[in-house]
Design a protein around this ligand. Sequence first.
Ligand code: ZN
Length: 267
Amino acid sequence: MRYCKLLLADKTSAFAAVTDRNNELFATELIANPLDTHASAVAAQPFTPLSLAQLEREHRLLVPVTPSKIVCVGRNYRDHAAELGNDVPTEPLLFLKPPSSLLPAGGIVEYPAISKRLDFEGELAIIIGKQARKLSADADVAPYIHGYTCLNDVTARDIQKSDPQWTRGKGFDTFCPIGPVVSNEINPLNENISLITRLNGEVKQRGETRDFIFDIPHLLRYISQCMTLEPGDLIATGTPAGVAPMQSGDVVEVEITGLATLRNTIA
Ligand code: ZN
């Protein structure tokens, strides 16, 4: 299933199933929150299918999940570690982004006045579906995964470098665009998934999940040794080579094959 969260005409929010019609994504019918096991079924409401492109233009797409935390993996592609002059890590490098940094597809990334270099980092994000704590080394991680979405790990590179912690450089409001769609129709546990980041239409990053230094089972088992993962939590799996600065007015897109394209503008 693929779904999104959107603003209805009466300004209330709802979840909607998303269907591909001739290579264009449409929100087709309202559904209950797929992550809320206590949600009562949505009464059949009249809903006219709308393209995600139109919802994006009208700024009606919403962040589709409510994570208690956003766990990010740094340097999970060899080529990206090398381009920033870093060694390939021997174990996953973790950091957090605050939920206050979330921004929906079509939202505007704010350029902090105190930064002179704002980079995109296109990433595949995992959405947790079931509480995971201290998973064993041979645990099957598939039951803990709800689905996947596109994520842009926006980074004030100068502040990331000047501060001893990455909290500010990675944590400004609007620094975590995600969406527009959540999907369990791709399966990076068993197949290679491709990711492309474009800046103003020009391809800047190309990544393949088969090039991860640490694969998804390893990441989930590793993170769950430290912190309990809750339904809705996001795990950003790292970015491939090609990170570059963005300027005011730029349009950045993170496209994941078989999933969707996340598009945002820089203020
Ligand atoms: Zn990142």
